[in-house]
Structure formats: structure tokens, C-alpha cells
Ligand binder design. Structure first.
Ligand SMILES: Cc1cc2nc3c(=O)[nH]c(=O)nc-3n(C[C@H](O)[C@H](O)[C@H](O)COP(=O)(O)OP(=O)(O)OC[C@H]3O[C@@H](n4cnc5c(N)ncnc54)[C@H](O)[C@@H]3O)c2cc1C
Length: 396
């Protein structure tokens, strides 16, 4: 095969890095992105990354974007700064210019004249090109590829705040997409919380970030009340990582826990949300802790229960997913076998774990971890290098 056609779905940090490595390795690369470059990162652009720039960029990426001596390796950028100073220049670099199609959403993928249950494990399946149904504005087209890489991330769908992870009664009616964002994308949206009673629901770093951002409003406007529900029942809402080498992550953990300890934020551990109702223009939230029912009435809800990838565009392909994390099974089993709870200790797992029953199809980046929240960009950058290196060898 000369110059195989390689399509990357998703122009996030890992999709862009994969595309760059593939283009440099001689593949004919196209990137399909349903929004703008780095759309998902921009949705939390006001939040500071807790990993330094060196962990969020590759050597080849820094060279292509022309930023090697311009951004300090230890810089802790906000999401927006990261996009503007690195990902955007990378997407416009000589290697990638003209190769990224923004506002092109992948709707569905198959193989030419071959259904999901045909040619199972047969070499003939590998030589049928992928057919990718893409929507751009109102227009639909089919693009073909020899190699297809899913780098669609994990933010396509939020999770639910109800008991056990399904929607609470009323959640779908009373909450909209904006409730699931970290508040403060622009300063006005944060000001809207002044003087309000706010309930934050979630146990991870996004929820902790929301609590700390809302506290800046509470300091300016003391009538603001912050309530925080977590599913966990640890001694503190955020479990500190011993000798955490990521200072920004340690700082966030400390600040969120201190706000609870000082009484600035009222924390309910082990809360299972059952129902959301309207109550005279406010929201009544019914919940249970250890079998005891209770309720609280608030003005606003910030729901940060996390995200889950959307595998539906790829469901006609032969992909074996983990029943617990929705990630591809080999990598998921590897990750589940690793008892460490810290994302920093996760090693990119090598090319064999990225292979699927579907030949020529790979999942990289945050999408490859499914619901496992330990993914870091440095894992994805290593995946891209391993995968493209191996593909290059196999076509030579
Ligand atoms: C608040 C917050 C802070 C974080 N901080 C850090 C940090 O400090 N360090 C770190 O390593 N990680 C951090 N993360 C995780 C970070 O989001 C990921 O590491 C990173 O964005 C993953 O990159 P990705 O390219 O795999 O996916 P994404 O950045 O999610 O990109 C996926 C892209 O695919 C596109 N897409 C999705 N579906 C389709 C489709 N059907 N068709 C076409 N395009 C599609 C999306 O629009 C998006 O642009 C943070 C996450 C959050 C939410």
C-alpha cells in the first residue's frame, strides 16, 4: 500500500498529535472534527490544567507549532491558553494545514459492502475500506479510509446525577447542558451565582473546581451559599494524593477540602439524588444518605458527575468493549488490573492493547479509557507515537 489513507476522528490534543505523527510518517491524513479545533478543551477553557505544558505536548508537536522556545515546559496554562498558544498553531502548521475539516461530524462508520457480523476474523475484512458518513452543516457525504482512528474524547455525553448513575426523577426536565459545565466560562456567567444558593454535585476534580470558583463569588457576595454532594463517604470530599508531584492538582484538592473544613461550603457525603422538582421558582432536590431521606431547596444546580464517551458512530464495526468502563476491552482490562487510583502512574500500554477485532481501527486518547477517569494527555501522546510507529512499520 502506498500512502494509505488515514482518517482521525476528533481534533482534540490527541487527535491532532496522532494526525501530525501520521502525516510525518507518510500517511495521507484527514482529520474530521464536529466543532472547532479543540472544541472539548474550549468548553472548559477558563480552567487551569494541572499538568505542565511538557506533559500536554509532544516534541514533534512543539516543533511543528513553532513553540519550542516560547512556552515554558513547566507552564500551567488554562485550557484556552493551551488552545491558543499550542493546539491552534499546531493545527495550522505546515504538516496539518488543509488536512483538518472543522464542523464535520462523523455520524456512522462501516466497511465497504461488509456488515458488522460478516467476515469475522477473516483477512478479507481488512482490505475493505472504511465508509465514513459525515455531516457538514446540512450536507452529508461519505469519506473512505484504509485506517481509521477514533480520537473523539470522553466529553460527548455527561453522566447523570441520579442514584446509581441514571437520571434522577426530573433531572432531564429541570437541568440543561449548561448545568453540567464548570461555571465561569465567561465572567458574567459566574456573576449570575452571586447571592444564590447553589448545589454542586460530583466527586471529581471538575466538581472541586466548580466549588472553588463559586467560592470566589461567595467572598464578594457573602449571601451566596454553596452546598456540595459527593457519592463518596471519605473523610474529606477530595482524597489527597500522597506527595502529589502535580502542584496544581494538590492545591485544588487542599483548597476544596479546606473550604469544607472551614464551614464555607456545606458538604453532604454519600448523597444519592432521587428527585428534582420546582419549588416556587427554585429547585427542590430530594436525596438519600444511608437510607435516610432528606431534601434541600436551592436556586441553581451545578452537575459535575463526569462524562462518558459516545461509541454510537462506530457501533457497526467489530469492537469488543468492557462492560464496566465502555473502553476497548484489552486496554480496559489492563487498566482495571492496575490498582493505582492515580492517573499519573498510568503508563501508555503499547500497541497490542490498542488493537481491536476490527482490523485497521484504533481508539486513542481519552476515548480509549472509556469511563476510567485516570487518562492524562501524556498517555495519549505516547499512544499516538506507539500506534503510528507500528503502523509505519507494518506498511513498509
Ligand atoms: C476540567 C478539565 C480539566 C482537565 N485537566 C487536564 C489536565 O490538566 N491534564 C490532562 O492531561 N488532562 C486533563 N483533562 C482531561 C482532558 O480533557 C483530556 O486529557 C484531553 O482533552 C483529551 O484529549 P482527546 O484529544 O483525547 O479528547 P478531546 O479533547 O475530548 O477531543 C475530542 C474531539 O473530538 C471531537 N468529536 C467528538 N465526537 C465527534 C464526532 N462524532 N465527529 C467528529 N468529531 C468529534 C470533539 O468535538 C473534540 O474536539 C481535563 C479535563 C477536564 C474536563
Amino acid at each position: 500500500m502506498t500512502n494509505p489513507k488515514l482518517v482521525v476522528v476528533g481534533a482534540g490534543p490527541i487527535g491532532l498529535d496522532t494526525a501530525l505523527q501520521a502525516q510525518l510518517a507518510g500517511f495521507d491524513v484527514t482529520v474530521l472534527e464536529r466543532g472547532r479545533v479543540a472544541e472539548a478543551v474550549l468548553s472548559w477553557g477558563h480552567v487551569r490544567l494541572f499538568t505542565p505544558f511538557q506533559m500536554n505536548s509532544s516534541k514533534a508537536g512543539r516543533a511543528a507549532a513553532g513553540v519550542e522556545n516560547q512556552i515554558r515546559h513547566d507552564a500551567l496554562l488554562t485550557g484556552r491558553e493551551y488552545v491558543q498558544s499550542y493546539l491552534k498553531p499546531l493545527s495550522q502548521s505546515a504538516a496539518l494545514v488543509g488536512r483538518i475539516r472543522e464542523h464535520h461530524e462523523v455520524l456512522a462508520v462501516s466497511r465497504e459492502l461488509t456488515g458488522k457480523s460478516q467476515l469475522i476474523g477473516k483477512p478479507a475484512r481488512a482490505i475493505r475500506p472504511f465508509r465514513i458518513l459525515v455531516r457538514n452543516d446540512q450536507r452529508e457525504e461519505v469519506i473512505t479510509a484504509d485506517i481509521l482512528i477514533d480520537s473523539t474524547g470522553f466529553m460527548s455525553r455527561h453522566r447523570w446525577i441520579g442514584n446509581g448513575g441514571i437520571p434522577a426523577r426530573g433531572e432531564q426536565h429541570f437541568l440543561s447542558e449548561s448545568n453540567y459545565q464548570i461555571p465561569g466560562r465567561d465572567s458574567q456567567s459566574l456573576d449570575a451565582f452571586a447571592g444564590q444558593s447553589v448545589l454542586v454535585v460530583g466527586s471529581g476534580f471538575s466538581a472541586a473546581t466548580s466549588v472553588c470558583l463559586l467560592n470566589t463569588i461567595r467572598q464578594q457576595s457573602p449571601g451566596t451559599q454553596i452546598h456540595w454532594f459527593t457519592r463518596n463517604r471519605n473523610e474529606q470530599p477530595m482524597r489527597p494524593i500522597r506527595s502529589d508531584p502535580l502542584e496544581e492538582r494538590a492545591r485544588l484538592t487542599r483548597e476544596a477540602n479546606q473550604l469544607v473544613a472551614s464551614g464555607g461550603v456545606s458538604w453532604v457525603a454519600g448523597a444519592a439524588v432521587d428527585q428534582i422538582n420546582s419549588a416556587g421558582g427554585r429547585l427542590r432536590v430530594c436525596f438519600e444518605v444511608s437510607g435516610i431521606r432528606d431534601e434541600i431547596t436551592v436556586d441553581r444546580i451545578v452537575a459535575n458527575p463526569g462524562y462518558r464517551p459516545d461509541p454510537t458512530p462506530f457501533e457497526e464495526l467489530q469492537i469488543h468493549r468492557c462492560y464496566a468502563t465502555d473502553g476497548p476491552i484489552k486496554l480496559a482490562a489492563h487498566l482495571l488490573g492496575d490498582s493505582s487510583g492515580d492517573c499519573l502512574t498510568q503508563q501508555a500500554a503499547g500497541i497490542d492493547l490498542l488493537k481491536n477485532p476490527e482490523p485497521g481501527f484504533f481508539i486513542v486518547g481519552a476515548a480509549s479509557y472509556g469511563r476510567d477517569s485516570r487518562f492524562l494527555m501524556q498517555n495519549g501522546i505516547q499512544q499516538a507515537a506507539d500506534l503510528i510507529g507500528s503502523l509505519k512499520e507494518s506498511v513498509q
